[in-house]
Design a protein around this ligand. Sequence first.
Ligand code: KG4
Ligand code: ZN
Length: 331
Amino acid sequence: MNRTVLAIETSCDETSIAVVRDGREVLANVVSSQIEIHQRFGGVVPEVASRAHLEALESVLTEAMETAGVGPDEIDVIAATHGPGLIGALLMGVTAAKTLALAWDKPYIGVNHMEGHLFATVLERPDIEFPLLVLLVSGGHTMLVSVAGFGRYEIVGRTTDDAAGEAFDKVARYLGLGYPGGPVIDRLAQRGDPTAIRFPRGMIDQGLDFSFSGMKTAVINYVRKHPEASDEDLAASFQEAVVDVLVTKALRAAKKTGARTICLGGGVAANSRLRVALAEAAEAEGFASLVPDRAFCTDNAAMIAAAAHWRFEVDGPTGLAGGAHSNLTLV
Ligand code: KG4
Ligand code: ZN
């Protein structure tokens, strides 16, 4: 069935609205980042985020509708990320979506943010074959998800402490490089030597779970002993250690679950080194790989619309009584 979804994403610090037709054709995907607002605090301040979403929503909506070239009549479903995320931030998107649903007389559906990240892969390859193994790495989550089909997920590995993105952000903060840390470390690493310092690879030989907290501490201890170390070499060596662990475990999980394709998702999937290393390792071991465009890796509403398209078919509307759930889980 032809269906055009308007989706709103406000779970953290990006205000995004997308219009997607049939779960795959992206007519608009407008993302307004709050990074500059939060930078002076060194991280996302939840109250500030909620207010910034409220202020941005109207103009982001106008831009998304204009870019898509559609009016309310051509929208069939209104979706919003309803969890997991910052509760105040989530409520802004959910309330905006429900208001539009009421005003335009359309059904409303709430979408799981993590399921959205999984659907980013489908936006680029609608014909992708299951089972897939998705390495989902963001600021709040690090997990290996075996996807047997839409809606059929098994988490086969997860972090036991920090998320990968959180480790990037904490190391960057310690080095005084600003927020968010991932993109800064990525940029600096391009001018550094990844073999300069051999940082530990947390739990690399065991199972499918991750531990990044010790790797972050190893960087801090190293800098205390070697204050002269260059930021470029520190960034490149730390990034190499994190990527090494992520790629090793993703391949191990793919072998274990019988997946033929390994996909990347989440904000850390924007990392240049991870994108190349995963594709190379997958090819060397006879797996296909799918690394979505960076715009679909970091938080965006197009992935929420893609998930909403499919969820709506299966579950129908959430209804206007639906709330926001900051601790919502994938399965
Ligand atoms: O998925 P996302 O946009 O928001 C969450 O749902 O958390 O991910 C944000 C995380 C941040 O920790 C950020 O530092 C990290 O993704 N990130 C990166 C890069 N771009 C964003 N990490 C490493 N390299 C990057 N290029
Ligand atoms: Zn995310």
